[in-house]
Design a protein around this ligand. Structure first.
Ligand code: KG4
Length: 338
């Protein structure tokens, strides 16, 4: 009988403290997350407050993940953590904890890149899903800070063939949500409001960029100026039309995302496509990607809600690839911000 091996993974790159335990066949045993509510009152993540909250949350979160897995500390074979990119103070909390814990239990350390982990979230096996993509596949990674089209050749051979040249798609959505006075993070609020709105209500301009690259700063400015002009004519414009403004913003961002993703799919001719990152929780984006897959005869991978936003299960999945290759890190490894 094959002896099972298990990895503890820790994620602390931004404002969620998360831990997960996974076996080396990608089966997820447990996952725990402590979200930080404190940032909502500031309308965005405050780095210093995030680091402090990670300090308070990390021990109970790791403790919960280990207890829920049914294992003991001694049963773990390695300790993985997100090494970057992210907020330095937040990353340092996870890194310092992971290093100390690995030393304490006498196990190797694995450092994981947060963006690679988002892409590799599709390899998580749980009670509901054991299917995973075949390499190569094309992944649209859309988070609060990144918008990339990635040609994924193998677990860690990722060609970023398209990226935003300025703001990320999530940033444009969050900015629009702020103008609508919606609480942070704006994405889920925009999606909820948009359901009752008319997506043809407003049209926004955006810069045209060549190749597979994106630009969202023009769209952000267009949203801002359009609403500012409407408010001059009618001070109640935003309050009276929130749902339709949200639907128009959502459509503009998703149209822009899909245009380049389709172009990349046409050219690469892959047969598997995926989406990843916080914005991939959006139901309209999911539907559009499924339709794209149908049109091109592709298999489509959409992450489960808990695996699209920041989580430790995806860090564990990336760590399993590294563990199986024997790709460990020394204690001298230091977090990086980008
Ligand atoms: O990947 P993520 O959790 O954090 C990082 O940036 O690493 O992504 C956060 C982004 C935010 O911009 C948030 O507004 C957006 O994902 N988001 C959504 C939805 N859920 C989260 N955007 C649109 N629709 C959603 N349902």
């Amino acid at each position: 009988m094959q002896i099972k091996e298990y990895i503890l993974a820790i994620e602390s790159s931004c404002d969620d403290t998360a831990a997960a335990v996974m076996d080396t066949d990608f089966n997820l045993l447990s996952t725990a997350v402590a979200s930080q509510k404190i940032h909502a009152e500031y309308g965005g993540v405050v780095p210093e407050l995030a680091s402090r909250a990670h300090q308070s949350n990390i021990i109970p979160t790791v403790d919960k993940a280990i207890r829920d897995s049914g294992l003991r500390k001694e049963d773990l074979s390695a300790v993985a953590f997100t090494c970057g990119p992210g907020l330095l103070g937040s990353l340092l909390v996870g890194a310092a904890f992971a290093k100390s814990f690995a030393v304490a239990i006498g196990r190797p350390l694995i450092c994981v890149n947060h963006l690679e982990a988002h892409v590799l979230a599709h390899f998580i096996k749980d009670k509901e899903n054991a299917d995973c993509p075949q390499f190569p596949f094309l992944c649209l990674l859309v988070s609060g800070g990144n918008t990339q089209i990635i040609f994924v050749k193998s677990a860690f051979d990722h060609d970023i063939i398209g990226r935003t040249i300025d703001d990320a798609a999530g940033e444009a959505i969050d900015k629009a949500a702020k103008i609508l006075s919606l609480p942070y993070p704006g994405g889920p609020q925009i999606e909820k409001l948009a359901m009752a709105g008319d997506d043809g209500f407003l049209k926004f301009g955006n810069a045209v960029i060549g190749g597979y690259d994106y630009s969202f700063s023009g769209l952000k400015t267009s949203i801002l100026y359009t609403l500012r002009d409407k408010l001059k004519e009618d001070a109640a414009f935003i309050d009276m039309n929130k749902a339709s403004i949200a639907a128009s913003v959502q459509k503009a961002v998703i149209d822009a995302l899909m245009k380049k993703f389709e172009l990349a799919l046409k050219d690469t001719k892959v047969k598997t496509i995926a989406i990843a990152g916080g914005v991939s929780a959006n139901k309209l984006l999911q539907q559009r990607v499924k339709e794209l897959g149908e049109r091109y005869g592709c298999k489509v991978f959409i992450p489960k809600l808990g695996y699209s936003t920041d989580n430790a299960a995806m860090v564990a999945a990336a760590a399993v690839f590294k563990y199986n290759e024997g790709a460990f890190s020394g204690l001298e490894v230091v977090p990086y911000t980008r």
